[in-house]
Design a binder for this molecule. Structure first.
Ligand code: GLP
Length: 256
């Protein structure tokens, strides 16, 4: 596991976008796994800028989103489908036929999860999976206790996750169930890029990267991934080394 630390959220987001852009430049028909949440918003804004100002071409790219709430039509502004179009897809030249999100309103959710898994397989697998991290260590919607080899499935969210997301999104309510890629699905990605920013993530980043590998901290399982890169801002990295905040970062990034 490699960890890169940036002085602030903006620089972390620019570096993350450069990393994703390099993946697209290396392989124009690459398959990206994408995340929602506040953290990747800066990354998506920078990818949109790279598209407009530097011609970064998304036309060959296939995307799979990590998760989706159950029972929200995709047009609902709270759905992750809406989030992705708002923050990324409508700002780049992605081919809508190559954009995949889980359908949380599918009549047969088990079947929907199987469909998603085989679609990922049919495209050759995910080249680069972007992740955020919940304060309880969840990745996608794999809450603590999720099986390390789990596949895409219906999950029940903890009351804490629903409340945190509800408050962040400033909405009255959110469903308590979701469909999510499993940790096994995520671990199959060839490269992982996890982003974390802010003091509220410092404790869980420390546990995920320095603590034991355990299902009670789902992100810790990424320690077993051959190509996992964590990009952090200084605040999210603040518990990794005592006194780190007093250590200046050379050239905007440090490797731990
Ligand atoms: C959500 C998403 C995750 C995301 C996490 C952190 O519940 N399902 O994919 O990584 O919360 O979100 P944020 O970046 O807003 O802290």
């Amino acid at each position: 596991m490699k960890i890169l630390i940036y002085p602030n959220y903006e620089q972390m987001s620019v570096a993350a976008a450069r990393f994703v852009a390099d993946c697209i430049l290396d392989k124009p028909r690459c398959v990206l796994g994408l995340a929602t949440g506040e953290t990747p918003i800066g990354l998506y804004a920078e990818l949109a800028r790279l598209h407009h100002e530097e011609g970064l071409d998304f036309s060959g790219v296939t995307t799979f989103n990590l998760d989706e709430y159950c029972d929200l039509p995709k047009e609902d502004s709270r759905s992750f489908h809406s989030f992705m179009w708002r923050h990324l897809f409508s700002h780049v030249n992605v081919d809508p036929r190559k954009v995949h999100t889980l359908k949380g309103t599918a009549p047969d959710l088990e079947e929907e999860c199987r469909r998603y898994e085989s679609l990922i397989k049919d495209t050759g697998g995910i080249d680069l999976q972007v992740l955020g991290i919940g304060v309880n260590g969840h990745i996608g919607f794999n809450e603590p206790g999720s099986p390390p080899d789990g596949r895409t499935r219906v999950v029940t969210l903890t009351a804490q996750t629903v409340e945190i997301n509800r408050a962040k999104e400033k909405v009255e309510s959110l469903p308590g169930r979701a469909v999510s890629m499993g940790i096994g699905t995520i671990m199959d990605a060839k490269q992982i890029l996890l982003l974390a920013a802010g003091r509220s993530k410092a404790d869980i980043v420390h546990r995920a990267t320095r603590g034991p590998v355990t299902p009670s901290v789902p992100a810790s399982i990424l320690q077993n991934h051959a190509n996992a890169l964590f990009m952090l801002d200084l605040e999210a990295a603040s518990l990794l080394e005592t006194g780190f905040l007093n250590t200046p970062c050379a050239a905007g990034e440090c490797t731990v």
